[in-house]
Design a binder for this molecule. Sequence first.
Ligand SMILES: *Cc1c(COP(=O)(O)O)cnc(C)c1O
Length: 424
Amino acid sequence: MTSQELFNESKKYISGGVNSPVRAFGNVGGTPFFTSSVDGARINTCDGRSLVDFVCTWGPALFGHNNPVIRSAVENAIKNGTSFGTPSPSELEMAKMINKLIPCAELVRMTNSGTEATMSCVRLARGWTKRDIIVKFSGCYHGHSDSLLVKAGSGALTFGNPDSAGIPNAIANLTIVLPFNDFNALNECFAKYGEQIAGVIVEPYPANVGLIVPREGFLQHLRNLCTLHGALLIFDEVITGFRVASGGAQARENVLPDLCALGKIIGGGLPVGAFCGKREIMEYLAPLGPVYQAGTLSGNPLAMAAGVAALKLIETTMPYNELERKSKFISNAVVEASKEKGIALQAPMVASLMSFFFNEERVDNLEIAMKSSKELYKKFFFGCLERGVYIAPSPFEILFMSSAHTQDDLDFSADAMCKAIKSL
Ligand SMILES: *Cc1c(COP(=O)(O)O)cnc(C)c1O
């Protein structure tokens, strides 16, 4: 069956034909392609095309798709069974790796998704501080739990309903949303609600609205305010963790959160999340403490095998300089092409994270991001796709580089992307 046939058929059996909204291509239009297999930097479609992939399964594929080391770790683990429901050695190995790599991680708890990780951080912050208010930033996406799906980025933005239906006002009202990079808004919020704020959750480098780069000192200021007012600082490093540095954004920025949510790369392509933080706070979780959190499949042995293999690859290969060099190569090429074409383009970068906004202004927050031309992005997206390069089907997502992208892949992609810009 072709992608078109598969999509038509899927819509009869799966709500919207997809299991996660952004996959439906709603923001660029058209029919999503279906994938038959992936390998290295390539995604192979059911229509027989091979594309260079800069979505990388939305971040997890740091070492490219179907990495042989990760695959064989899963193959070895599966011989012992798929799920135990008891503690197992691979969970200990994973926790030790996280403890070693992530600066704030004194204790760890595994989950099955990033959503569960951030949701658990929020509950823990509320339980620990005995306060109710959570502060987040508009455009930051923290998964789809009720408290956090307020002015969120990513798929929620793409579909134009940043505040989802089905979230009671009573819950949404406990979440204060501030503009990112706005020191004054932050100061005013703490002056007014400081003693009621359980925690502030932030993507240290917001990457679900395209990429927003924090202003100098913004994250440190946030740290200081939280400390001063007894609120917990929660870093959502589901994207940045193990991607911008082996210790995540907290290592790169030298700002230590109280709690941190992880996901994506930590599963090596299997469904995994984790949260971690200060010992005394993490010990407030059941079974030691009163904050309940659990998971039938949490710490699943296949997922741990894949994740541990990915983290070991990080330790042995330290791919970050190379990833950054490769992202710069692509970013510079697209920036040059847009200059020649005379199109206003913002191309923010932090480490290997990058995105493209068709915008005159530096993108400092969600409001400015939303002024970017969706029409141009849509044309750019299809211009790339028809030339064999797959970037995110939404102007509010970033590009993901992997260590499997070869110089040939990059030359091919830069050429395709520049031609796509020139044909706008
Ligand atoms: C993807 C993402 C999540 C949610 O993770 P899921 O595994 O999709 O539940 C949370 N926070 C950030 C920053 C993300 O990018």
